[in-house]
Design a protein around this ligand. Structure first.
Ligand SMILES: Nc1nc2c(c(=O)[nH]1)N[C@H]1C(S)=C(S)[C@@H](COP(=O)(O)OP(=O)(O)OC[C@H]3O[C@@H](n4cnc5c(=O)[nH]c(N)nc54)[C@H](O)[C@@H]3O)O[C@H]1N2
Ligand SMILES: Nc1nc2c(c(=O)[nH]1)N[C@H]1C(S)=C(S)[C@@H](COP(=O)(O)OP(=O)(O)OC[C@H]3O[C@@H](n4cnc5c(=O)[nH]c(N)nc54)[C@H](O)[C@@H]3O)O[C@H]1N2
Ligand SMILES: [Mo]
Length: 823
């Protein structure tokens, strides 16, 4: 059996294929040292939870413990392949420092407590606040990493039983812009495209998406097309020279925060050279005249001056995009977390609508998700949306939900849109929000401007509940800590970025007294004694399968229709795409194949907003603009970022990810292979900026913004001059070793980011800040940054990142026919 070093080779061996062919299978397996496949008692089906790709896999179980993973050959998403984090990070579930009992704060310290004691405190505080201050004093901040059943339960408890409008997910930091851009263009959330579009596309364009490091299996699929006959052309829009940029036909490296100017320049060319599908535009869209007028004002020279990209390169990219017969685009955080997030993401939708490139094999847009279950947070209404993509601004939709839940007609507050997280923080800061229940997210590392976040979450008057699997930086600030069961220790379903639903079964028991998040939420509801309008217990469901059945009823007839799915079908088939119902019993590969959209005024999820100011549109305006529910072309003018480089802070700071770590590293920092591949924070600096500051590879430097400063070792890379990049994974203490005592010098990127957000999606701007660079000391070795991705050093003597024997991964290649269907 061939094998590879799973750290040195994140994308594994190539299995080339041509357009329209089936992507060959390659099964990746990683078992604990000394364990062979024959030793395994049971292979339990699930999918990956360390990114949004949704790769199907089996957990290998032996003697009641997880001992490894194997990709599912029959899975529609990965055809057997696995990402480095999936191959190794299951080990973290077994770490000795998992939370195993509830903790409560006594005398200033967190001490162990029983479930009765801990839940008793949560219930007591909830009752007191409901009595004294009403539902608006209680907020919930959840995740993109729980299961659909759990979000749906939380949505029912929070929106329905308590009746608070303060419910959001960390999806606000992640895919709020994906959802917003889809609502603006198509009237509703829901991913138009499918991963199988990679198999058919002749041009693939990635907008602010470092897919090579953040969805490695999707990148393997693209690499396999690039290695096969008639490969697609690749367009990359990213200020860093990522692995995607290195493989691209055209790489545009705009200055951070200038995406809208660039997109307007590209669309100028598409319209000026009449690369427009006028039949499609006429039949299926509204808004063409306004868009054409807006982009007419953006000749490439004007865009070039703002973006710092040569006009000729913009023209080249526009020719590639305009000449595509099957165009697949993906969009992610380089757009969503940057200046004018929604306005920029919508321009990618516009490109597809102008060219009629939607709903056909190879022609699709993927407004990507990042987290494994972010799609469910949005669908189930745990994030500032209403259950089943219902429109909070449409009384009939809200009434439908109260009927379904059998609650009083006015139970669900909808006088304004559900409160977004950044606003909830503000309410906590000024004292109207008094209890915040945080589940499966670590805001003390992941939110912008951490000094402010710490002071808000650490206040005495805020009762903070933290539900996690580890004692995180956020848990340290909590009044009550609830120990949760992890993936593999509980059952539920979740949906990836291309609408693929997987079932994940409990494979092993959770440690100690840890409990599934679903059970914790339901236990809270029982202890609070929530009732429906007939006096029956609410929510009425009691376990994953009954919660799923309830969610199916809530989704029926809505775009995200799950009514045709059930646990048995999901156990049998590895991945089914919604909508799945009587009309589409096998699921739906692409939305909008019939040229119909979810945008009819009575059906749509949202009436839309002004792309520049974020001002919401009213129902009557929407009805007048789009009476027939067509797709909407929406123009936006460029507005520069609020904080721009200047004299004191002359550089642009962006933040993001590396292939080896997941977010705040609670799992990957506890996984030896991954921890060692990227053990410490670094900062990427271009050669000219390094020279100007007297910095060489490995030197200790300080990066400062008006909010604070961080120390890191410099990696001199091919990043665009004028731009610095910091990975945001490293919290202010280490998961492994105790802090080194040097607490004065922070290393979390979010010490530097600012309290500012996109006016439409309310997603914080993690990728727009002005910064200064100072050399502190010479380094005695290269920065401990990976050499495999965007952080590739310019200095060729830096040793390559490898995992060695501890990182061996088996590959099984199927000698398969490559002809045939798309699945
Ligand atoms: N290894 C790994 N994979 C992950 C995750 C992880 O933590 N680690 N997290 C998952 C999650 S939740 C998410 S949301 C995704 C995120 O996945 P990505 O969006 O691919 O990752 P990021 O590194 O946040 O940002 C992508 C790129 O945006 C570029 N960029 C920054 N500013 C701008 C700009 O103004 N314009 C343009 N055009 N580009 C810009 C950066 O250089 C960066 O390469 O990854 C998912 N997958
Ligand atoms: N500067 C900067 N900041 C960013 C970003 C950036 O690019 N730059 N990206 C943003 C994005 S896109 C995202 S998605 C966020 C991510 O930010 P976070 O959500 O804060 O990051 P995670 O480390 O994934 O936190 C998830 C938490 O859930 C816990 N957990 C895991 N599984 C379970 C479970 O089953 N149950 C429970 N109860 N807990 C569980 C983990 O231990 C961990 O503490 O960060 C955002 N912040
Ligand atoms: Mo994310």
């Amino acid at each position: 059996m061939p094998s590879r070093d799973g750290i040195a080779e994140p994308w594994g061996t190539r299995t080339p294929y041509g357009p329209g062919e089936r992507w060959p299978t390659r099964v990746d397996t990683r078992l604990a040292d000394g364990v062979t496949a024959d030793d395994v008692d049971e292979w339990v089906p699930t999918a990956s939870v360390l990114h949004s790709n949704g790769d199907g896999l089996h957990l290998a179980v032996k003697d009641g413990r997880v001992v490894g993973v194997r990709g599912r050959a029959d899975d529609r998403v990965n055809h057997g392949r696995l990402d480095p984090k999936d191959l190794f990070a299951w080990q973290a579930n077994r770490s000795a420092d998992r939370l195993t009992t509830p903790l409560v704060r006594d005398g200033g310290r967190l001490v162990e407590a029983s479930w009765d004691e801990a839940m008793g405190r949560v219930v007591e505080r909830s009752r007191a606040l409901l009595g004294d201050r009403g539902p608006g004093s209680i907020g919930f901040y959840t995740s993109g990493q729980l299961f659909a059943e759990e979000y749906y339960t939380l949505a029912a408890v929070a929106h329905g039983a308590i009746g608070t409008n303060h419910v959001d997910g960390n999806t606000r930091l992640c895919t709020a812009t994906a959802a917003a851009a889809l609502k603006e263009s198509f009237g509703c959330d829901g991913q138009p495209g499918s991963y199988t579009d990679v198999d058919h596309a002749d041009v693939i364009a990635l907008f602010g998406h470092n897919v090579a490091e953040t969805q490695t299996v999707l990148w393997s699929r693209m690499l396999d097309r690039l290695a096969g006959p008639n490969p697609p052309l690749l367009v990359c829009v990213d200020p860093r020279t990522t692995a995607v940029a290195r493989a691209a036909t055209v790489h545009l490296a705009p200055l951070p925060g200038t995406n809208v100017a660039l997109m307007n320049g590209l669309l100028h060319e598409v319209v000026a050279h009449d690369r427009v599908d006028h039949d499609f535009v006429e039949r299926s869209t509204v808004g063409f005249a306004d868009l054409a007028e807006q982009v007419r004002q953006w000749p490439p020279e004007r865009a070039a001056a703002i973006c710092g990209v040569p006009a000729e390169e913009i023209r080249h990219a526009a020719r590639v995009l305009g000449g595509a017969r099957r165009l697949l685009s993906t969009v992610l955080q380089g757009f969503y977390q940057s200046n004018q997030a929604t306005a920029a993401a919508v321009q990618v939708n516009n490109l597809h609508l102008l060219r009629g490139m939607i709903g056909k094999p190879g022609a699709g847009v993927l407004q990507m998700n990042g987290q494994p279950t972010a799609e469910n947070t949005r669908e189930c209404g745990a994030d500032g949306d209403l259950v089943g993509f219902r429109n909070w601004n449409n009384d009939a939709h809200v009434a439908d939900l109260t009927e379904l839940w059998n609650l009083d007609a006015n139970a669900i507050p909808h006088f304004s849109p559900p409160t977004h997280l950044m606003q909830m923080l503000r309410y906590a800061e000024n004292g109207s929000l008094r209890m915040l229940w945080v589940s499966a997210t670590n805001p003390a590392v992941s939110l912008p401007e951490l000094a402010r976040v710490r002071s808000i979450l650490g206040q005495d008057r805020l009762f903070l509940v933290v539900q996690d699997i580890f004692r995180t930086e956020t848990a340290e600030l909590a009044d009550v800590v609830l120990p949760a069961a992890a993936w593999g220790e509980k059952t539920g379903t979740f949906t990836n970025a291309d609408r693929t639903v997987h079932l994940s079964r409990r494979a092993v028991d959770p440690p100690g007294q840890a409990r599934a998040d679903l059970d914790i939420f339901l236990d809270y509801a029982r202890r609070m004694d929530f009732r429906d309008r007939d006096g029956a217990r609410f929510p009425p469901w009691h376990d994953p399968e009954s919660a799923f059945a309830a969610w199916q009823r809530a989704s029926a007839g809505r775009p995200c229709d799950y009514s045709g799915l059930d646990y048995d079908m999901l156990a049998e088939r590895s991945g089914v795409q919604w909508p799945c119902n009587a009309e589409h019993p096998d699921g739906t590969e692409r939305l909008y194949a019939d040229g119909k959209f979810f945008a009819a005024p009575d059906y749509c999820e949202n009436y839309g907003r002004d792309l520049v100011t974020g001002a919401p549109m009213e129902a009557t305006e929407y009805r007048a603009m789009n009476p027939d529910g067509k797709a909407m072309l929406k123009a936006a003018d460029y507005v520069p970022p609020h904080e721009r480089p200047g004299e004191e802070f002359p550089l642009s700071l962006i933040t993001g990810r590396t292939v080896y770590h997941f977010h705040t590293r609670t799992k990957t920092g506890r996984t030896p292979q991954l921890r060692d591949a990227a053990p410490e924070v670094w900062v990427e600096v271009s050669a000219p900026d390094a020279e100007a500051h007297g910095v060489t590879e490995g030197d200790l430097v300080e990066v400062s913004t008006p909010r604070g400063s961080v120390r890191a070792h410099a990696r001199v890379s091919a990043i665009r001059p004028g731009v610095l990049f910091l990975p945001f994974h490293y919290g202010y203490w280490d998961t492994e070793a105790p802090p080194d005592g040097d607490r004065e010098h922070h290393r979390a990127a979010n010490e530097l980011t600012m309290t500012d957000w996109d006016p439409v999606s309310k997603q914080p701007l993690f990728k727009t800040a002005a910064a200064a660079l100072t050399r502190i000391a010479a380094g005695d070795r290269p920065a401990a940054a990976p050499t495999t991705g965007a952080a590739t050093p310019l200095d060729p003597t830096v040793p390559a990142t490898t995992g060695g024997p501890a990182a061996t991964v088996q590959e099984t290649h199927a000698a398969e026919q490559t002809a045939g269907g798309a699945r």
